[in-house]
Ligand binder design. Structure first.
Ligand code: NAP
Length: 220
């Protein structure tokens, strides 16, 4: 069923990227990034486990003002139950509560762990079903994805994104030894996009908002 004809939450991925589209390997302008992120008015922040793990050491010593009243719910895709700092995530002051998204093959969780969980999918978290469930559980109308390339790729493959919002930074990461710019040789782009907004923000930053074309079916 086309996403537009379902009463699904709108899913926006807001990503800081380098000129070649890398999501890591450079220092993003976090002030601008989160100022723009705030314009999406998300009910749910959807984050991958590796993004959380990359922040866990900082999180462990961060101030804990407590849950943000009226703030979004943090939902973490954590199929392998690798995230442990659930209490810190709940209390760090960005989110009203936290939710673990697991699947049937997720290893057993410690009994003393206090976090709501939703189990969707067998080998991996079924992202389409999880988004529908977030819409139902949290009555979410707007989900903002905050993740790196792995979760973004899975969401794009599943036609689960309504918008990709890029904060383009004027840097080349050049992480590939052979080529600074990378891609495949198939001549066939994986996804086509329609530009819906563009804004130059100064300091070389550009904000680009795109809607994926041909949002035909989910789970192809
Ligand atoms: N530039 C930016 O705007 C930005 C934003 C956020 C994060 N980051 C950076 O990006 C890096 C992490 O990015 P990442 O891409 O490695 O990790 P990620 O965004 O955290 O994505 C990995 C998560 O996606 C899940 N996943 C991947 N494919 C899936 C599929 N087909 N079905 C279901 N779940 C799937 C994984 O599940 P399992 O746990 O089950 O494997 C894992 O939880 C960090 O360094 C972080 O700092 C950058």
């Amino acid at each position: 069923m086309p996403r537009e004809s379902r009463k699904s939450p709108q899913v926006v991925a807001h990503v800081a990227v380098s000129l070649e589209g890398a999501t890591t390997g450079f220092q993003p302008d976090l002030g601008t990034f989160y100022e723009l992120a705030g314009t999406f008015g998300e009910d749910v922040t959807l984050v991958g486990a590796d993004t959380i793990l990359a922040q866990e050491s900082t999180l462990a010593t961060a101030p804990r003002p407590g849950p943000a009243q009226g703030g979004p719910l943090l939902a973490v895709v954590d199929g392998k139950a690798r995230v442990s700092e659930w209490d810190a995530l709940r209390e760090v002051g960005h989110w009203s509560d936290v939710l673990a998204l697991h699947c049937e093959s997720t290893p057993p969780r410690p009994p003393e762990r206090h976090v709501r969980e939703v189990v969707m999918g067998r080998e991996r978290v079924d992202l389409a079903a999880a988004i529908e469930e977030l819409g139902r559980l949290a009555q979410a109308e707007h989900i903002r994805v905050d993740s790196g390339g792995a979760l973004l790729a899975a969401l794009l493959r599943g036609h689960l994104l309504d918008e990709v919002s890029l904060l383009v930074h004027p840097v080349l990461v050049g992480g590939n030894d052979a080529k600074f710019w990378y891609g495949t040789r198939s001549g066939q782009a994986a996804v086509d996009f329609e530009l819906i907004a563009d804004e130059s923000l100064g300091g070389g930053l550009v904000w680009l908002r795109y809607r994926p074309r041909n949002q035909a079916t989910t789970g192809e």
